[in-house]
Ligand binder design. Structure first.
Ligand code: BGC
Ligand code: CA
Length: 574
């Protein structure tokens, strides 16, 4: 099977430093949302120095790489995804010198640093856009401008395209006397990838950050980069009960997933490969964000993405999904990943409800455990490792543009604020996130008990469970072992990994009450497996053999058995 081919391969270069071409193939990537992770200067907004001060935590959870959501200079309309300078740090977050210090400490802790790269649009405050408005060459072509359509003598947008944040995707500009395209907020004009000079500019941005030591990029909203060259109207979807100008009211065949996207991605892959070859450094990691079909996601592998985000835990599975639903989707993913590539498992991110809110606390732990025992890359959103949940926001408190533009009656359907509240470090002021009592988003009120420090002090907490399940990620059995997913009965998903003599065997219970089963009928190797990790309330203690008798899987929980050698936290050289 494909992961058997992932033999560790170190290429030695002349002066003895090893280039590890497989460094990313079986790791945890930890997403940091900089505004909400740690505030270093007490202004209520997270920043780079705050992150640097907490990198030990990233190492502690066993992550190999951290991905920073945007820290670039930005008016913060979309909280950093509206960039006014692609090669500078926003003063809210610090300076380039702070960034260099973050990289240096990450190196010492053997952590790779991945930047968010936002190619689809810039801020309307970007000097390129300001010059584009005035038709200054070559910037005049950097954005997607179109003439108005005149209907009954009145000015109308060139076509019916809609913004992801609602309303027309076109905005009139009175200076240029044309409309510009914005697939997201009005303040986020789409860049024009049909222009050669713009393509080169964006390559220069990638090189700038690679020169500063960045190990890869998470490419934001990649499938929005190109639009139909003929600017055809999109047809209406059959979704009912939504406003006429809601993004979901159209079928997006002309504004998403265009074939040219893959061609541009290939050119970035080439640029990064040439860079790492030239500098004799580890290959750069490319992660791509595209909410799209299975086939179009898989296609990103062939265009050079190492991690085309697999969002199945976010948009295909939820707390009502059955054991069979999980089996079907996981098998399909693993089966369709191209040879030599690895699967990935995104547990959560800043754009969706928190995993503990989507699945409920118990099952969220199951999902995290699943992401750890599957081959490949587990992508964890900051706070999910301690079981943080969504905070409810009033409309008045809402700041996310997706929520604000949906209006008072619908903001709760669109706002992403609930999953973006400050990280809960301890039970002091603002959960230890900031010394300031008023933070950019309010801290969740459950922080007094739900915080990292509290969880460090108590045995078998959320965080302990997370750490135990993460330990197996580093083992050869997870990286290279065979994978076999079966249903022990319709409510129990059994996942088995085997490599040499090492075995992992996990029973996931898909029911809200405990299920008792006969050990001998389910355990494949009763003589050599011990309890490794238990999700949920149970009498079972790690390290005990369960040779016969009955086993009770906790309500919405799981039991992981393993060969005893896997109980220790020894890292393996994969
Ligand atoms: C980000 C979103 C953002 C969108 C538009 C995505 O990649 O994850 O938070 O709103 O891009 O910029
Ligand atoms: Ca700050």
């Amino acid at each position: 099977m494909f992961w058997l081919t992932l033999v560790t391969c170190f290429l030695f270069v002349s002066w003895g430093t090893a280039v590890d071409v497989n460094w990313y193939k079986n790791i945890i990537v930890y997403q940091i949302y900089p505004r909400s992770f740690k505030d270093g200067n007490g202004d209520g907004i997270g920043d780079l120095n705050g992150i640097t001060s907490k990198l030990e935590h990233v190492a502690d959870i066993g992550a190999k790489a951290l991905w920073l959501s945007p820290i670039y200079k930005s008016p913060q309309v979309d909280f950093g995804y509206d960039i006014s300078n692609f090669t500078d740090v926003d003063p809210n977050y610090g300076t380039l010198a702070d960034f260099d210090r973050l990289i240096a400490k990450a190196r010492r802790l053997k952590l790779k640093v991945i930047m968010d790269f936002v190619p689809n649009h810039s801020s309307n405050q970007h000097p390129w856009f300001q010059k584009s408005i005035r038709k200054v060459k070559p910037y005049d072509q950097y954005y997607v401008w179109r003439d108005a359509k005149i209907v009954n003598g009145k000015r109308q947008p060139p076509n019916n395209w809609l913004s992801n944040f609602g309303g027309s995707a076109w905005q009139w500009n009175d200076v240029r006397k044309q409309y510009y395209l914005h697939q997201f907020a009005t303040a986020q004009p789409d860049l024009n990838y049909r222009n050669t000079a713009l393509n080169q500019e964006m390559k220069n941005v990638l090189t700038f950050w690679m020169n500063r030591g960045v190990d890869g990029f998470r490419i934001a909203a990649i499938n929005f980069m190109f639009e139909d060259a003929k600017f055809r109207d999109e047809r209406r979807s059959n979704k009912t009960g939504i406003p006429k100008d809601d993004y979901d009211s159209l079928v997006h065949i002309y504004t998403k997933d265009q074939n040219e996207t893959y061609v541009t991605l290939k050119s970035w892959r080439k640029l990064m490969d040439e860079y790492s070859n030239r500098t004799k450094s580890d290959p750069k990691l490319i992660l791509t964000e595209a909410y799209t079909t299975h086939d179009l996601t898989i296609k990103y592998y062939n265009a050079g993405s190492n991690v085309p985000f697999n969002f199945m835990f976010i948009n295909q599975l939820n707390n009502e999904s059955s054991a069979m639903d999980f089996k079907r989707l996981i098998d399909k993913w693993v089966r369709t990943v191209p040879k030599g590539s690895v699967p990935n498992w995104v547990v959560g991110n800043h754009d969706n409800h928190r995993v503990a809110t989507r699945f409920g606390r118990g099952r969220a732990d199951d999902v995290i455990l699943m992401s750890m025992i599957m081959p490949g890359i587990s992508v964890i959103y900051n706070g999910d490792e301690i079981g943080m949940v969504d905070r409810k926001f009033t409309y008045a408190e809402t700041v996310d543009p997706a929520g604000c533009s949906a209006g008072r009656n619908r903001y709760h359907l669109k706002s992403r604020d609930p999953a973006r509240t400050p990280y809960q470090w301890n039970n002091s002021t603002s959960a230890g996130f900031s010394t300031k009592a008023k933070t950019w988003l309010p801290v969740h009120s459950d922080y007094k008990t739900l915080n990292l420090e509290a969880q460090r002090d108590i045995y078998i907490t959320q965080y302990e469970k997370f750490k135990k399940s993460m330990m197996v990620k580093k083992r050869a059995v997870v990286a290279h072992g065979s994978l076999n997913i079966t249903l022990c009965d319709s409510r129990i998903l059994c996942v088995m990994r085997a490599y040499g003599r090492d075995r992992i065997f996990v029973l996931f219970g898909f029911i809200d009450v405990p299920i008792t089963i006969d050990a001998e009928t389910v355990l494949p190797f009763p003589s050599d497996l011990v309890v490794h990790t238990v999700i949920g309330d149970s009498e079972l203690r790690p390290g005990t053999f369960v040779l016969s008798g009955s086993i009770t899987i906790p309500a919405s929980g799981a039991i992981m058995f393993a060969t005893p050698n896997l109980l220790s936290s020894n890292d393996e050289n994969l």
